[in-house]
Design a protein around this ligand. Structure first.
Ligand code: 21W
Length: 467
């Protein structure tokens, strides 16, 4: 099983760090042992008998510097010579962004080094620091608050920290946009009423209004974000001309997980962060190769709907893992669910789901855990025992369907599918599925529920382990 993510903070003010982070959401996460926090007082490691950790800078100048020895000894005490990413928080660092937070949330252990006074002796920084980050262009009195900011941003991305909330970065259509204004009771406060549309009960109208508000705010306050948003909308509009063949890319982009790495005419490369998946559209070999060269290093999966693209990818160390039909559900209405005992499952059913989904494989087990914690796995129960399950994949498609042999032929599979479709519709998204090429039974089940097929065959490719 996975262990907690460990944060070590080397600081002169350990209580400031624990006081802040062991409160609220991150505090809960520490109690639940999803993260751990180890604040180390650098002063405890000084060799100076008076507890001194600073001295004057050679060459002169204002103020004092933290000396190398206590910092180095404090660092050695937590790393013990192990190779752990060590982050120096400093106004001279590269800007810390959501992307940085995402990348660091994949580490198992991190060390943060907080400076004080005018800085730290460069020689110890050269020995221990692997990354330097700043939180923005303003001057603070120390590195503790920036370290806490970074740990907070990283921790909330770890599955389980936010509780059973959908992916913390996947907030339906409003990604790339600032949030819309929100209102709660009372209906009139200090003579100011809540906007009427929010009381109308008309969900579609509410969504439209929120989107308008988000767009207007973003255009006014963040022209940089707004430009990116408009570009993405344009690509989605292009793709919608062939919705059946492109629904996977449209969903990845509109959910905010997909990033356009290249888009020009009918050539498109989109990277879905949540599943480390590349989706590629190209018409010919030359453009296909050009796009393939732009695939990010961290990619583990690719999906394409052209045979020649599979060849290009195979030359680059990918192997075909399946040939699929892609189907999408175009209606807005939810489906009736005949079998009643279906609900979202907790980690209690982790061993059960793993046993029936890719067996013992550790990487798949980690994936199942992440899907359960995201609230995207649903179980069917009979006599209080699990009878099957379905899930929403991290790239948005419905799948992982399984029904116990003893319970087959009773419509539980169809009910699980319908239940999944409804959850996706509730999120304001479009349900789509992949069906293995020769699985006629599953194909017919999806079509009976109202799914329609894409014209193309879809190829899933995995990066081969040995490369
Ligand atoms: C402020 C440290 C000013 C040092 C070379 C010659 C970490 C921070 C901090 C702090 C100085 C971050 C100097 C945004 C921040 C941080 C404390 C002055 C003088 N250097 N992100 N003279 N803003 N700040 N250095 O302040 O440690 S990340």
């Amino acid at each position: 099983m996975t262990t907690e993510m460990k944060f070590h903070v080397l600081t002169l003010f350990p209580h400031m760090v624990t006081g802040g982070l062991l409160t609220g959401v991150t505090g809960r996460a520490a109690e639940k042992k999803i993260i751990s926090l180890n604040a180390v007082n650098i002063r405890d490691y000084t060799a100076d008998k008076h507890g001194k950790v600073d001295d004057y800078p050679y060459g002169g100048g204002a103020g004092m510097l933290m000396q190398a020895q206590p910092v180095f000894d404090a660092w050695k005490s937590v790393t013990g010579g192990r190779n752990i990413r060590t982050i120096y928080v400093t106004p001279q660092g590269v800007p810390f962004t959501q992307k940085t937070a995402r990348e660091l949330s994949r580490e198992r252990e991190l060390v943060f080094l907080c400076g004080h006074y005018e800085g730290i002796d460069e020689r110890v920084l050269e020995k221990v620091v692997t990354d330097s980050f700043s939180i923005g262009d303003y001057i603070l009195t120390g590195g503790e608050l920036p370290a806490m900011v970074m740990i907070d941003a990283i921790a909330r991305l770890i599955p389980g920290v936010l509780g059973n909330q959908a992916s913390p970065e996947e907030e339906s259509f409003h990604n790339d946009l600032l949030e819309y204004p929100q209102y709660s009771r009372p209906e009139v406060w200090e003579g100011v009423p809540v906007p009427g549309v929010l009381l109308s009960g008309d969900h579609r109208k509410v969504e439209e209004w929120r989107l308008e508000q988000s767009e207007a705010r973003t255009a006014a306050r963040r022209p940089d974000l707004y430009g990116k948003y408009r570009e993405k909308q344009q690509v989605i509009k292009m793709l919608s001309k062939e919705k059946r063949n492109n629904i996977h890319i449209m969903e990845s982009l509109s959910s905010g997980k997909g990033e356009i790495l290249y888009a020009k005419e009918d050539r498109l490369l989109v990277y879905d962060r949540a599943s480390r998946l590349c989706m590629i559209n190209a018409r010919d070999l030359v453009s296909g190769e050009k796009l393939a060269d732009m695939i990010p290093e961290e990619t583990g999966l690719a999906v394409v709907s052209e045979e020649f693209l599979t060849e290009i990818l195979q030359e680059r160390g990918y192997r075909i893992s399946s040939r699929c039909r892609q189907l999408l559900y175009t209606r807005k209405e939810t489906l009736p669910v005949k079998y009643k005992d279906i609900r979202s499952v907790s980690m209690e059913y982790f061993p059960y789901i793993c046993a029936h989904y890719h067996g013992e494989d550790a990487e798949w087990a980690e994936y199942v855990r992440e899907r359960i914690l995201a609230g995207d796995m649903y179980g069917a129960f009979a006599e209080g025992r699990p009878a099957g399950f379905i899930g929403i994949h991290s790239e948005g498609s419905l799948g992982m369907l399984f029904v116990e042999e003893a319970y087959r032929g009773r419509g539980i599979g169809a009910s699980l599918e319908a239940f999944g479709v409804n959850r996706i519709l509730e999120k304001g998204r479009t349900p789509f599925v992949y069906v293995e090429d020769r699985n006629e039974l599953s194909l017919r089940l999806q079509e009976k529920l109202g799914f329609i097929q894409a014209k193309k065959t879809f190829f899933w490719l995995e990066k081969s382990a040995c490369k």
